[in-house]
Design a binder for this molecule. Structure first.
Ligand SMILES: [Zn+2]
Ligand SMILES: [Zn+2]
Ligand SMILES: [Zn+2]
Length: 147
């Protein structure tokens, strides 16, 4: 985790931001919960164990900044809240998500067949595609069997 924190600190410094203890606390929570897709409230609760003075507003501001700097991905799976995950590759996009409509479980998958589609869309619409995001909604194995 320390080497990742160091890399994040460098990235922040490149853009004239410091890795304040609050920012580090938020990043540590995200780094120790990869694949979890926590929301701001959950990050706040977890970070507060180490950082009793931390406020929820600070967590929100910190997350917004980290998203802006490309260190964190913001994910919008439904209307009620945003979820966050560490974005190790910076601008490069990494994985997509399967979202269970019943239990809310979020599963990641890496396979990406969209490169060809991106090229096609770009060509047909004279549009420079820089990224895409994809969500599949449905029912996980557990929920399907309990119906
Ligand atoms: Zn489910
Ligand atoms: Zn994810
Ligand atoms: Zn993709």
């Amino acid at each position: 985790m320390q080497s990742k924190i160091t890399r994040i600190e460098e990235k922040l410094r490149e853009q004239d931001f410091r890795l304040t203890p609050q920012r580090q606390a938020v990043m540590e929570i995200l780094l120790s919960n990869t694949g979890e897709h926590l929301n701001a409230e959950e990050i706040f609760q977890a970070a507060r164990e180490k950082f009793p003075d931390l406020g929820l507003a600070t967590v929100y501001r910190t997350l917004e900044l980290l998203v802006e700097l490309g260190v964190v991905h913001k994910l919008q799976f439904n209307e009620d809240c945003s979820r966050y995950e560490y974005n190790p590759d910076g601008d490069k996009h990494s994985h997509h998500h399967l979202i269970c409509l019943k239990c809310g479980e979020i599963t990641e998958f890496d396979e990406d067949l969209l490169d060809e589609l991106e090229r096609k869309i770009a060509q047909q619409n004279n549009f420079a595609v820089t990224d895409h995001s994809l969500r599949f909604y449905g029912y996980c194995a557990k929920c399907r069997h309990s119906k």
